[in-house]
Design a protein around this ligand. Structure first.
Ligand code: AMP
Ligand code: MN
Ligand code: MN
Length: 328
């Protein structure tokens, strides 16, 4: 799975470093938080001075993880070793990492990764960056402590939606089991990361769900600034509603449009197995994976929605043709 010369090159840089700066992406998900904290805690246990930076801080769902309270908002470009985790390109760090700052190690699983670091360990088949680290840390000779195991298992849980994505293999489950063996509590971490939610987010979902639309295999809805005000939801995201859109019987792709205060719209796509929405996201300036991708697009909600829905309909029609052609 890993190229041994890259693992060795990254390992040398890590072992030689006294100070390490770890950064992950803005609007962090569980893999961003879990892989950054898991790596940080393991390196700290090996005596290194570590800072973990996330431009938007740690979401409530992950604040129980060790080290969450020490996360800062900007990385240290002067650290001996500078690492970006779970970032497909250097801009993903947002305000936590300026694009002109050099990166020593890039650890990621996005197919769209732009290989921006001195050492790039990019494995698109990996279910999560945290899963890569669960393998890499022992290869480098660093111990995965119980607290690091909790962070890494959280990253695996969230990127696989509780081991429900089609890329989950026996190997994924063995890696997760190894983290449980090291002391991570699966049921507690599962509940915290994927099940528990705020009352406000439920009301916010209600607003989005009341406007949900379906056309062929396409299911979509939007969430507005007004929806957030009325429901009392304080984030600028979709509160994970998008994941429920392709659960509709007959759906292939779900899309959600989240109006932002700065005149942009955050678009998220989620696809059932067999569809690739990452190319669509790239076309709109974003990125991601075949089944889950996103982009932030400038423009009013209505206009972004029309452009994105047109492109997504086209993908569904063309891909459908190629699937049918491939069948005979
Ligand atoms: P989201 O829709 O934000 O939940 O993201 C789904 C997937 O797409 C995640 O793997 C993100 O890292 C990736 N992604 C989302 N937005 C962007 C973006 N603007 N650029 C690159 N990748 C993105
Ligand atoms: Mn992520
Ligand atoms: Mn990830």
């Amino acid at each position: 799975m890993f190229k041994s010369e890259l693992v060795a090159a990254a390992g040398e840089r890590l072992k030689a470093a006294r100070t390490v700066s770890i950064v992950s992406h803005a609007r962090p998900d569980g893999d961003a938080v879990g892989s950054a904290l898991g790596l940080g805690l393991a390196l700290e246990a090996a005596g290194k001075t570590v800072t973990v930076a996330l431009a938007d801080g740690v979401p409530v769902a992950f604040r129980h993880l060790a080290g969450a309270a020490r996360v800062v908002s900007q990385g240290d470009p002067h650290a001996d070793c500078r690492i970006l985790v779970d970032c497909g390109d250097i801009d993903r760090g947002g305000k936590a990492w300026l694009p002109e700052w050099p990166v020593d190690i890039n650890i990621d699983h996005h197919k769209t990764n732009t290989r921006f670091a001195a050492v790039n360990i990019v494995v698109p088949e990996a279910v999560a960056t945290a899963a890569m680290l669960a393998e890499l840390l022992p290869l480098w000779g660093f111990e995965i402590t119980p607290q690091a195991a909790e962070a890494l298992l959280t990253g695996m849980l969230t990127d696989t939606i509780g081991f429900r994505t089609s890329n989950v293999t026996p190997h994924t489950l063995r890696l997760a089991a190894s983290l449980v063996e090291r002391g991570a509590n699966l049921s507690e971490l599962y509940f915290k990361a994927l099940v528990e939610r705020s009352f406000e987010s439920l009301r916010y979902w209600g607003r989005g769900l009341s406007r949900v639309q379906m056309e062929g295999g396409l299911v979509w809805t939007s969430l507005t600034l007004e929806d957030r005000k009325v429901s009392g939801y304080s984030g600028n995201d979709d509160a994970d509603l998008v994941g429920y859109l392709p659960t509709v019987r007959g759906a292939a792709v779900g899309v959600i449009f989240v109006e932002q205060p700065d005149g942009t719209v955050k678009v998220s796509w989620r696809a059932r197995p067999g569809w690739d929405v990452s190319t669509l996201a790239v076309r709109f300036g974003g990125g991601g994976h075949a089944p889950a991708a996103g982009a932030t697009i400038e423009g009013a909600l209505q206009e972004v929605q029309e452009a994105v829905l047109a492109a997504t309909r086209e993908l569904l029609i063309h891909a459908q043709h190629s699937i049918e052609e491939g069948e005979h």
